[in-house]
Ligand binder design. Structure first.
Ligand code: APR
Length: 223
């Protein structure tokens, strides 16, 4: 069976990474538009780099949780693609091999000159770190107002899926939130979120609970 899994910040919450929309428009104490937009980067590149360096360092201290591991295990039986809005690497560290990062990756940097020039980057990223064309490197993150280059690829995965699992997302940020509308009408949808933004119906089964307990229940149903 082909399974598309859409994950958001909630799947990593129990690993200790804060979600966005529960902190009054502030994100780890920062105004989102200042640290996650091209304009913010133009205004104060050092502050933006410092913010991502802090997140990158935090990522090295956290671990995948039971939800990440359960999703990785699903690959043993099914053809699974994870489409995540998260920029952490916890799905990969849990063992998932097929992960699409819609909003980029914290552990990568890219050139401000050529968006296709992407490098692995595990250390602090600072002013003066340049690409091979001598342009400043920036975090490989899709900021507010930027295109989501992998959205077409993700839509094709959802289109082909026989089942969809959605975990820990408020489903308010487009285009990611619109992906479910590409699903086949007969594809069953499982939604895991303690504060679900979708209600249950014939097609959608809702698990109004944390990812660490809800995801293993979904996996059990699909085994
Ligand atoms: N398990 C599952 N879900 C949880 C848990 C948990 N332990 N804790 C919180 N949640 C849910 C919340 O109820 C909420 O519905 O996770 C969701 C988090 O929502 P958001 O913070 O809005 O995160 P997300 O949907 O991933 O945001 C999308 O917005 O800021 C941008 O680019 C950023 O990728 C991000 C995008």
């Amino acid at each position: 069976m082909k399974i598309a899994v859409l994950t958001g910040a909630g799947v990593s919450a129990e690993s200790g990474i804060k979600t966005f929309r529960d902190s009054n428009g502030l994100w780890e104490g920062h105004d989102v538009m200042e640290v996650a937009s091209p304009e913010g980067f133009k205004r104060n590149p050092a502050a933006v780099l410092a913010f991502y360096n802090q997140r990158r360092r935090q990522l090295l201290t956290v671990k995948p949780n039971a939800a990440h591991f359960a999703l990785a295990k699903l690959e043993k039986k099914h053809d699974v693609t994870i489409i995540t809005q998260n920029v952490d690497d916890l799905h990969e560290r849990a063992g998932s091999t097929n992960v699409i990062h819609l909003h980029g990756e914290l552990l990568k940097a890219r050139s401000t000159y050529d968006e296709n020039l992407v490098l692995d980057w595990k250390d602090d990223l600072n002013l003066g770190h340049l690409c091979e064309h001598n342009h400043q490197l920036r975090p490989h993150i899709v900021w507010f107002g930027e295109m989501v280059p992998l959205i077409e690829t993700a839509a094709q995965v959802v289109e082909k899926a026989d089942a969809i699992i959605i975990v820990g997302t408020s489903m308010v940020v487009y285009p990611a939130a619109g992906l479910v509308q590409y699903s086949k009408p007969q594809a069953k949808i499982y939604f895991v979120d303690p504060n679900p933004s979708i209600s249950e119906n014939k097609r959608i089964k809702v698990f109004a609970e944390k990812a660490s307990t809800g995801v293993p229940k979904v996996i059990e149903l699909l085994q």
